[in-house]
Design a protein around this ligand. Structure first.
Ligand code: KG4
Ligand code: ZN
Length: 370
């Protein structure tokens, strides 16, 4: 089975072509991502209409070399759309959640190709893609070969990205129940907003992470522990919900009080902020893991690139003796491989549809029917 994955929910335009004989061993035939980070940097965040324009421009530009690299029989037209039908079984496309103008570009592209090539479409929930990314392991030394790890159920997924913070209970394969989520800002959004307050560039997550790590390496900064204490929002609330906007506001008030921070103060605040976020994520996830007797923890989304958070979850799952699944570094951010793999797992849901049938669903939730 060969599947084309298409991802355009935010600021990455991504296409991936995978092949699998048995549904668990996967060969990546070709995989391409164009990130728009540099383009959105001056705005301090993703500008939806600019992102949409870029996706429309980039999708055909990526398709022709993707098909060529994958060795699929086709001939690309000047627009990049293949005129001949390549040997393909289905097209998996992200329909939500995400920025609707962006989602529409992927959907329209998928429908056009599906009609042209006469192949069915599998609509994919982007968040299921992030869960799947935590289940993929590279087979040693063969970078193109991946395997979908077996999961012990019940499993719990923690999704931490720029748009989401969710705890998801997975009682069995493909059955998702959101048991907790953020009531305001997503965790990645909090990283980005705090970074902005500290005068750091977008996206702020990697910047804060870099400063916080340097605080941990640096004795003088760590001896400043407790100098700028920040709250741990909802740490002891009886539910599994999160709230990060208060943490951002606390940083804002702190900066109002102390004035323009010097490099040393920025480092201390970055570390304290990261510690606060990590503590809350760990406490809530631990409670849910114990409550539901979860055997596996899967973590997906851009924020799991954070070293401190990753290490803390490695310690937690070791302590609880459960399996931890985290994506390889290249799969933490948005990519089309994870979308193609959801397509593979859900290939029975592939449908032949007329162009104009699928809808972008900006607020699509896990567990909702697509
Ligand atoms: O999953 P993702 O690529 O896109 C969304 O679907 O949102 O996540 C992007 C988010 C951004 O907020 C970015 O600041 C954050 O992930 N991020 C990090 C790190 N790397 C990326 N946050 C904390 N530490 C990092 N190392
Ligand atoms: Zn994402």
């Amino acid at each position: 089975m060969k599947i084309l994955g298409i991802e355009t929910s935010c600021d990455e335009t991504a296409l991936s072509l995978i092949k699998s004989e048995n549904g668990t061993d996967i060969t990546v035939l070709a995989d391409k991502t164009l990130s728009q980070i540099a383009l959105h940097q001056p705005y301090g965040g993703v500008f939806p209409n600019l992102a949409k324009r870029e996706h429309i421009k980039n999708l055909p530009l990526l398709l022709a070399p993707l098909l060529e690299e994958a060795g699929l029989a086709c001939r690309a037209t000047p627009e990049g759309l293949a005129a001949e039908k390549p040997t393909l079984d289905a097209i998996a496309v992200t329909v939500g959640p995400g920025l609707e103008p962006c989602l529409w570009t992927g959907i329209t592209f998928a429908e056009t190709l599906a009609e042209k090539w006469g192949v069915p479409i599998i609509p994919v929930n982007h968040m299921e893609g992030h869960i799947m990314s935590a289940l993929l392991t590279k087979i040693k030394d063969k970078s193109a070969k991946h395997k979908i790890k077996e999961t012990r159920f019940p499993a719990l997924a923690l999704l931490i990205s720029g748009g989401h913070t969710e705890l998801v209970l997975i009682r069995k394969e493909g059955e998702y129940e959101i048991i907790g989520e953020t009531r305001d800002d997503a965790v990645g959004e909090a990283f980005d907003k705090v970074a902005r307050l500290l005068g750091l560039p977008y996206p702020g997550g990697p910047e804060i992470s870099r400063l916080a790590e340097s605080a941990r390496m640096n004795m003088s900064a760590s001896s400043a522990d407790g100098l700028h204490p920040l709250p741990r929002p909802m740490l002891h609330s009886p539910d599994y919900d999160f709230s990060f906007s208060g943490l951002k506001t606390a940083v804002l008030y702190l900066l109002k009080k102390i004035g323009e921070p010097n490099e040393e103060t920025k480092i201390q605040i970055a570390r304290e902020f990261e510690d606060a976020v990590t503590e809350v994520l760990i406490a809530k996830t631990k409670k849910a893991l114990e409550q539901y007797g979860a055997q596996t923890l899967l973590i997906g989304g851009g924020v799991i690139a954070n070293t401190n958070i990753r290490r803390a979850f490695e310690r937690l799952t070791k302590e609880l003796q459960i399996t931890l699944g985290v994506p390889e570094p290249c799969l933490t951010t948005d990519n089309a491989l994870m979308i193609a793999v959801v397509g593979l797992v859900r290939h029975q849901e592939a449908r032949r549809i007329k162009a104009g049938t699928l809808k972008a669903r900006g607020n699509l939730r896990l567990g909702e029917k697509i």
